[in-house]
Design a protein around this ligand. Sequence first.
Ligand code: ITT
Ligand code: NA
Length: 199
Amino acid sequence: NRLILATRNPGKIVELRQILTDAALDIELVGTDAYPEIPDVKETGVTFAENALLKAHALARATGLPAVADDSGLCVDVLGGAPGIFSARWSGRHGDDRANLELLLDQLSDIADEHRGAHFFCAAALALPDGTERVVEGRLRGTLRRAPAGTGGFGYDPVLQPLGEERTCAELTAEEKNAISHRGEAFRGLVPVVRELLG
Ligand code: ITT
Ligand code: NA
């Protein structure tokens, strides 16, 4: 049984493969790098779930394989949930993690510690070539530091301190982060869905 994951990020493939293996699911997971001819999908949805579904359906159609896609971001309470689906391009420069993080810290410079709540959010979608679809979501609650700390992870990890933690996400090991993260929660939630539809 083959399953394709809509990402060029090897870290995401490793994480989902481990989760499927732990669940004793006999599924071969491949990334989109195995299909270089498939164009990237425009993320035109207005929610994480819509974007994840757009990507999963497009990939399932193009490959004829069951496809998983995720969309994720940081939602800040005092910003009404922003940057949200715009997290990767908050500064205007897509994928410039450093610029995105610095702009966010600037925008929150006057916000007191008790109002710096935020969460990472992830929607993971599974789509079959026949149009069947499922979405599973996960979140990681925390507070935003005033300055970055730590070198692990990516994106906004150096500023999000999970609830009950003294460290930021960038100071956790990859295993520690996966155990509590929005993406870990969403990917683990896919296990019963994969078992139901592909098992
Ligand atoms: P793909 O959709 O191609 O996978 P992307 O750059 O859009 O790549 P994501 O949807 O996974 O990546 O994440 C969007 C942004 O949200 C990402 O650039 C980060 O700024 C932020 N983000 C998501 N998950 C995060 C995490 O675990 N730690 C830190 N920041 C994260
Ligand atoms: Na995204």
